[in-house]
Design a protein around this ligand. Structure first.
Ligand SMILES: [Zn+2]
Length: 391
């Protein structure tokens, strides 16, 4: 059958056309074997879950046509640090120093017993709402993340079961499993933060995450994939990390671990292990292409060399990093070292275009302007994310 022109409104969220669907737009980005090209008044044909044609004058029959008008049709943006709850780090823009801003557990709260501050319904709604906002920002693939400050300990399989349903309903590609940790930071006295550990709880969290991935990996036509998400590096023990990477090997999935992202982490990891976090992981033989490590703004030149040697991907979140006075040093330099850079929005609401703009500004402030063209930021938000996920 040959479809007539249809409007955008006739596309149903989360549903694929019944045959090849042809999109037209003023500009189309084409990844050809010769590299990335811009086509004016281009066409894109999507068949099932695959892009089957990019160019002009598609010769085949189609099930439907959608004219996107004065728009740019691009590969979907990939967000590997996609915040799915409130962004309370906004409270920390003012109210410094960091420990005084109310975003850390005091000892008295820990002893009284941390509790879940959201109901199961609220947790399910958070993901659904966040996923819809990601799609509105042009993001079609996401690895969600949320703060563990408002939780009893880690995330639960139940809320991620609900997240799988939301992703399938909306048609968002997701890489996920509940985040877990073996410890947390506690404020002992003004300015004095120390980690407290409960490794058994962390190992149980890993077990739950592995079970979740076994249940859901590849479901909904491959839309849902597994990713292990131990929370920030300073709240992990060596044993938890060793078992995490062994599980990732078995499941053939990536691991996201926040690392080289701030002074508190640097101080804590140095006190515990006598080195930086990337150095600690390198010593355990855990750096490798499975590792996706936001944010790298505090990475030393030696840490960056370790990332480059071991094929570690970083997640660059310039809007959020910049808000706290940090920036990659520098985007262009990391690229020239051969480090794969993916992008993350890391705040709510997500705005990847603003994020890329701040990234471009930060790159030009930190490094020579010629080193970072706009194209490289766009590549990070598409190809870089895809490479990090092994797609
Ligand atoms: Zn982050």
């Amino acid at each position: 059958m040959t479809g007539g022109a249809t409007g955008l409104g006739q596309l149903a969220l989360g549903q694929r056309a019944d045959g090849p669907l042809l999109l037209t737009g003023r500009w189309v980005i084409h990844d050809s074997p010769q590299g990335r090209r811009l086509i004016e008044h281009g066409e894109v044909v999507i068949t099932g879950g695959q892009v089957t044609f990019v160019g002009r004058d598609y010769p085949g029959e189609v099930a439907g046509r959608v004219d996107m008008g004065m728009s740019l049709i691009s590969p979907g943006l990939i967000d590997l640090d996609a915040l799915s709850d409130l962004d309370t780090t906004i409270l920390g823009i003012d109210h410094q120093p960091g420990w005084a801003k109310g975003r850390v557990w005091p000892r008295s709260y820990l002893e009284r017993g941390p509790y879940e501050m959201y109901s199961p319904e609220e947790l399910a709604f958070q993901k659904r709402f966040a996923f819809a906002q990601l799609l509105q920002s042009g993001i079609t693939t996401a690895a969600p993340i949320a703060s563990l400050f408002y939780r009893q300990w880690g995330e639960t399989a139940a809320e991620f079961d609900a997240a799988v349903d939301a992703a399938a309903d909306l048609g968002l590609r997701v890489y996920l499993s509940p985040a877990y940790r073996a410890g947390g930071m506690v404020l002992e006295a003004p300015g004095e933060m120390r980690p407290v550990f409960d490794e058994a709880r962390g190992l149980q969290g890993l077990k739950d995450a592995v079970g979740f991935i076994r249940r859901h990996d590849g479901s909904h036509g491959g839309l849902v994939r597994g990713l292990l998400a131990p929370d920030r590096v300073e709240t992990c023990t060596g044993e938890l990390l060793r078992r995490t990477f062994a599980a990732a090997e078995e499941l053939d999935c990536p691991v996201r671990l926040h690392m080289a992202q701030g002074q508190m982490e640097l101080d804590t990891v140095r006190a515990l292990h006598g080195c930086t976090a990337p150095q600690w992981l390198a010593g355990m033989g855990l750096l490798g292409p499975r590792l996706i490590a936001p944010h790298a703004t505090c990475a030393t030149p030696e840490d960056l060399a370790r990332y480059a040697q071991n094929g570690v991907s970083i997640v660059h979140c310039p809007l959020v990093s910049g808000r706290h006075g940090a920036m990659l040093n520098s985007f262009g330099e990391l690229r020239s070292m051969g480090i794969n850079i993916a992008m993350g929005t890391d705040t709510a609401p997500p705005d990847m275009l603003l994020n890329l703009l701040v990234g471009l500004i930060g790159a030009h402030v930190k490094g020579p302007q010629h080193q970072t063209p706009t194209r490289d930021l766009w590549d990070a938000a598409t190809i870089g994310g895809g490479d990090a996920l092994g797609r």
